[in-house]
Design a protein around this ligand. Sequence first.
Ligand code: A2P
Length: 350
Amino acid sequence: REYNVAILGATGAVGRRMIEQLEQSSIPVKSVKLLASARSAGKKLKFKDQELIVEETTPESFEGIDLVLSSAGGSVSKKFLPEAVKRGAVCVDNTSAFRMDEDVPLVVPEVNSEQLKHHHGIIANPNCSTIQMMMALEPVRKKFGLKQIIVSTYQAASGAGQAAIEELKKEAQAYLDGKDMQADAKILPTKGDKKHYPLAFNLLPQIDVLEDNGYSHEEWKMIHETKKIMLNDMNSQDIKVTTTCVRVPVPISHGESIYFTVEDENATTDEIRKAIANFSGNVVEDDIKNQIYPQPINAEGKRETFIGRIRPDYENKGAFNMWVVSDNLLKGAAWNTVEIAEYLVKMDLI
Ligand code: A2P
């Protein structure tokens, strides 16, 4: 069987990579339709050696479509994905629009692909920061049990879209030219908020909107998505999670400093390193004698999650630190989405 595929948000930072990941995937593709806003209608993009014309998205765009890969923002997903489902398509959505809905599986295939069986037309791709943390910690949880996670993120500009990368570059140039960077700050820390600050040569401890509880929405997402993915209950107390999310002046690939405690207090660092390395999709880069550790510039363009600096907290038994890096646009977005679609095909769920 071959599939008619639509990519919603095809012109964006993630959408363009969804096209590439679909080209390289095992999914038998009959046709591809590229959808974006009216602004991009008529633009030409390639799928393999075919030149395709980007179309404005309407509900009718989804007639005859079997599979939708979407990354055009939450409100666009809310508006169009129910229309696609009504017309018989299965949608894998990279936005946060449906992630916490009870009948929507939230999936990292290496961790909880069995949840795909319960889908009702929409499957959610988790937040980029959550995905790479799940890759690093699921093998630890399976083998030693997890009690608590304390994570600080170092998140790349591209998490806020292609325009945020351009904004970072303009600010960096302004700084080098001795000019004021504020004039170029239009999107970050987050599009919808009142104030905007430069990211170049700076750090912004705000990703997404700030909530009344003192956390940013990105931090909230990491806490509750972790519980939904690992424990199938977004409010479970069986693993305690707390987060600090920070935007850093890196274009692509997120870093995470993760502190975690395990149930099995006899777990050794070597055993933990081995469990992480044996998990499909992970690459351990952890050789401090030779200064080997994961870095964003090396992870860019790769599907894997890179883990290093794995070490015990010598002051507390059963507690460890590690450093995790992955391309936020690939495993954090486009690749995980296409990988979910590969599993849906393999499991005969489309
Ligand atoms: P467009 O290029 O026409 O604006 P990014 O995450 O890099 O900012 O990309 C966002 C993606 O979502 C782009 O492909 C963008 O298309 C698309 N998009 C934004 N608004 C809409 C909309 N109302 N309908 C369909 N696609 C949209």
